[in-house]
Design a protein around this ligand. Structure first.
Ligand code: SF4
Length: 557
């Protein structure tokens, strides 16, 4: 079945621009949430409601008076201090506080063009919080004349602020939002700052008022009311796991037996011709490792013949142990400083058109290994200026070290999200859904072509897969790979099911209808499969071209 152009599908017809994509993202560092927001705000027309908690952080707008309103050294109380492009003075975010960021499309105030009605929107956000509190049976909540946010005991002599509201609206899109104190440690607001610069009134929380509700319970109310208020009640909610219990993927009883025979589409005939053997010799002589060989990838001969190969740098020992990955988890060795030049020699000798560098996670290194990968790019560019370089990287724990790699401008920045939000904790316990989205969002903001990938067969549902594609598209990802999870050993996570080849076709169509330039999806697809073609498709398609749906090749290799 060959690739062909079928039809043009609009996002509106798919109703994607109106539905509210509700996501509980768990605990997310402020800067990572900001990177995701910025990408969704500028890269997408989808509507999202991001709900999360932040680790301790004080944020302030450009007009904040820190002299007057910041009463501590943030690092001394275990908090970050972050300057943000929003209205308002200094405020606090931390565990036990439900933070909600609506990324919405607002209709123009008048007619079809022109600015949105900012005031009406702020009023709407405040009303959403008031309705939520009233639904939780909190009395005397409302607005306090002359003050932003939502208050309790508004008619008493001592009204208290329970929710800060700070939004940004531009070109009819919204970002930032509100922070509702559920079980917040109020000492951070009372002892360390003058919240929002308001010294004359205090703050409170639902717990202080005697409402023993969880952040999850409040999030449940907010998501339903927000969908009613901003999306005609239409929403699609997906959460990262709230607890270990709520993430159980496939169990032995509900999964494929390890010894079970794979379906025919997962048993390709692999024949390594003379050119493959010649390439293997080059790699052995240069003491280099390819994922292609390590993982016994069925696509090896096709990729190598096509001028694409994936080299593993920074060693074969990983500081993590994802449930699907056959990797050596002994203590990693120090990076080999000669490796970049050897990689460059191999790329030149193999005359690669598209070189993929992949790495294990090196959380033992201060920069997560990013400067080593950057040096590999430099050396490849010196030795083979025409070779396109793709880097498949770890998340470097979301640190600024990522910028070191971004500055070397890999032709494709690849970072796999691996599975859907709900299964992250079980499948890749040292990584995270929001962290991966933020890595991709930051790479996109740096102007790089971004790519991600995930597996089917770990227990995900169709709705969860589509939601993951919506989120990847919303942070500007241009290339996605989707393949079947294959269990490397009986020690690893069980295969929940063999996904039918037709499913991959449908996900590719869905993904490309969202504006993702290239979705490589088939049972045997791996992160670097058809990497060269995928990269080429991002340059061929001018941005904003109508969405085109393609049929991916299925079965035959
Ligand atoms: S971080 Fe990467 S290499 Fe390490 S265990 Fe996870 S998937 Fe495997």
């Amino acid at each position: 079945m060959s690739r062909e152009k079928i039809s043009v599908v609009s996002r509106e017809k798919l109703g994607l621009a109106s539905k509210l994509n509700v996501r509980w993202l768990g605990k997310v560092p402020y800067r990572e949430a900001l990177a995701i927001q910025n990408a969704m705000f500028s890269q997408s027309t989808s509507q999202h409601l991001l709900m999360l908690e932040h680790p301790h952080v004080f944020t302030y707008g450009p007009n904040a008076d820190l002299e007057k309103n910041l009463k501590c050294e943030p690092h001394e109380v275990g908090a970050e201090l972050v300057k943000v492009n929003r209205g308002g003075d200094i405020t606090y975010h931390g565990p036990g506080q439900l933070v909600v960021y609506p990324i919405l499309n607002l209709a123009p105030k008048h007619g079809v063009n022109g600015p949105a009605d900012m005031q009406a929107y702020v009023h709407g956000v405040e009303q959403l919080v008031i309705d939520t509190l009233e639904q939780l049976d909190v009395k005397n909540v409302g607005r306090l004349v002359g003050y932003p946010g939502v208050w309790v005991d508004v008619h008493s002599v001592e009204p208290k602020k329970i929710c800060a509201v700070g939004v940004r609206v531009s070109r009819g899109r919204t970002m930032h939002g509100f922070a509702l104190n559920v079980a917040t440690d109020l000492a951070f607001m009372r002892d360390h700052i003058v919240p929002c610069g308001i010294a004359e009134h205090g703050v409170t929380s639902l717990h202080e008022l005697g409402f023993n509700v969880t952040v999850q319970q409040v999030a449940d109310v907010v998501s339903v009311l927000a969908a009613k208020r901003f999306a005609h009640g239409e929403f699609d909610r997906h959460d990262v796991a709230w607890s270990a219990e709520s993430t159980k993927p496939a169990t032995a009883s509900s999964s494929v037996q390890f010894s079970a025979r794979k379906p025919e589409w997962l048993r390709p005939r692999v024949n390594h011709g003379p050119e493959v053997l010649a390439t293997k010799k080059i790699l052995r002589d240069l003491n280099l490792v390819t994922v292609c060989e390590e993982a016994g990838c069925p696509n090896l001969s096709e990729c190598w013949a096509d001028g694409t190969a994936t080299m593993m740098v920074l060693g074969e020992r990983c500081t993590r142990a994802c449930g699907f990955c056959l990797i050596d988890t002994r203590k990693p060795l120090a990076p080999d400083t000669n490796e970049p030049s050897r990689v460059a020699q191999a790329v030149a000798k193999m005359n690669l058109e598209h070189a993929v560098l992949t790495m294990v996670a090196r959380d033992d290194l201060a920069d997560g290994g990013m400067s080593h990968v950057a040096e590999c790019i430099r050396q490849i560019r010196n030795a083979s200026p025409l070779t396109r370089v793709e880097t498949l990287i770890s998340d470097a724990k979301g640190t600024d070290a990522l910028e070191v790699l971004f500055a070397e401008r890999p032709d494709v920045l690849n970072h796999n999200i691996e599975t859907v939000a709900r299964l992250q904790r079980e499948v890749r316990p040292s990584a995270g859904y929001a962290r991966s989205l933020s890595v991709l969002a930051r790479a996109n903001a740096a102007g790089l072509v971004t790519k991600s990938g995930f597996m089917l067969g770990l227990g995900e549902t169709k709705a969860e897969v589509e939601a993951t594609l919506v989120d990847l598209a919303s942070v500007g990802v241009q290339i996605v790979t989707i393949g079947q999870y294959l269990r490397p050993s009986s020690e690893h996570l069980p295969v929940a099911r063999w996904a039918d080849p037709q499913e991959f076709v449908e996900y590719a169509m869905f993904g490309e209808s969202l504006g993702i330039k290239h979705v490589e999806a088939s049972p045997l697809t791996r992160s670097s499969y058809h990497a060269k073609q995928a990269a080429e498709s991002t340059t061929s398609q001018a941005s904003g071209e109508p969405v085109v749906v393609r049929l991916a090749q299925v079965g035959s290799r």
